[in-house]
Design a protein around this ligand. Sequence first.
Ligand code: ATP
Ligand code: MG
Length: 573
Amino acid sequence: MSKKAILYSNTPPSRAQEKRFVDFLSKKYGESYSIVWKQTELPEGSFKLVVDSEVYDWSDEGRLLQFKERLSKLQFKDDNIIPLLKDAIEKWVPDIKAYEEGRVLTVGDGIATVSGLDNVCYGEIVVFSSGVRGMAQDLRPDEIGCVLFGDDSDIIEGSIVRRTGRVAGIGVSDEYLGRVVDALGRPIDGKGEIICDEYLPIENPAPGIIERQSVDTPLETGILAIDSMFPIGRGQRELIIGDRQTGKTAIALDTIINQRGKDVICVYVAIGQKASSVVQLVQNLKTHGAMEYTVVVSASASDPAPLQYIAPYAGCALGEYFMNKGRDVLIVYDDLSKHAIAYRSLSLLLERAPGREAYPGDVFYLHSRLLERSAHLNAERGGGSMTALPIVETQAGDVSAYIPTNIISITDGQIFLESDLFFAGQRPAVNVGLSVSRVGGDAQTKAMKKAAGAIRLDLAQYREMEVFTQFASDLDEATKRQLTYGQGLMQMLKQDQYKPYKQYEMVIILVVVLNHILQDIPEKDVKKVLRELLDHFEESYFEITERLENDGLLSDEDREEIIKVAKKFVEER
Ligand code: ATP
Ligand code: MG
């Protein structure tokens, strides 16, 4: 028995036309078809031929669609628009082309199941008749599950869904710098359209082993507690982890601000945050002159879960675009706990089996495939890098919960922020004992390495002694000195927001404090004296600061000189 194809047109086809269709179909599908004609209101000469789920559209609408597709593939620049358009119109010969259509079976909670899209692939974008886009996420034998990127109220059972043949992606170009966009790359800052050079899929395999080189250049955060003890290198992934309101975003923000003039492109991905916080953050970036080299990708708390789910991948694709051009990129994912939650709600709605903490089984892969895309590329690949600062929120300092342990094991170290420290006024509230940077050592300048010396050890000793001496009333002189020294160290690590230190400033501070020069300064004055001392160096010892900043080396003579000057300064004050 031959299969049936349905022909829609205004008037019935002639014998000759019918034969042409049958021949075309048997050639295309290798099977014999019979044509069933159905009358529809289409202009004279137009027809639609529907074979299973494929539609050959010869109506004006279909031709226009093809023309639009063709136009969208052209790359317009201001000066070539007229000749290109002329050329496109003259050369355009519409051909009969198949596209696939399916129908909505069920819809709700941002998920639609669709029947009929037999050839759709995982991650492909489909368009609903209301114009809303969706992404195929679940391929079952006779239906697919799609997540929706927009309002589902206009989608009803039976409405038409069309394949696009493209996986989810984001347009990329240099014009994104300074802009705020949503997870699909559409501008949301009201500054007009962004013209793209390329369209990149949001999911992209991570660079392989051969394509990488080891991390060897520092990415300075400007935060003393981090650069001295947990240095971050370009291409590294360093997790910022802590309870809510412990200054996680502040560290990422300060790092972005500190990249000013350092030729690093920054991408900040906001996932599931309040829209007002994102506005505030953009404002802060602007005030500190950091917006010109930064792109903000925002999927706020009110956006559908699918948009929150794809936002970090979209941001990563943007980062990769710059990395592949040989640039250094810093990307912040703020935060991945909310990302995991968005993915969990989406998975549960797609009826995937829940596992630990109700997260689906692939939640590790969710983040590992994202973070693995950060790399330091080798010279053949252009030598670019992408440094990732993922942020994770913990509950009551519990780092052993599911998502935190996953991400800790994927990243190259973590900066652990503690609310007790934060509320005691020790800000940034870095817990020195629990933080680590697993590749950073190579990515520290020689000067910093030499100056920082045994600071972690000193701090560890201080913490131990502090606990111990809480019970003792009278202490001997040596212990007292040790304690004041430790308190001085803690004071030194305090740093206000938006006040990044320069490299040479950090080196001077470290040399001065670690050599016990501020030993007799009262704890509350330490910060003030350090500031005055730095000003003193900047005014009168320009050569030293210049050498430190430019060469990244700390010679023994310079070190002695710094100690001498600082001693004199402290004595004379
Ligand atoms: P959330 O969990 O809400 O995302 P968070 O951990 O990202 O919070 P932030 O928003 O960065 O925390 O900081 C919380 C508050 O602490 C902010 O008001 C911020 O200005 C302040 N803060 C952060 N770091 C410092 C600092 N070093 N010195 C002074 N204030 C700071
Ligand atoms: Mg935050």
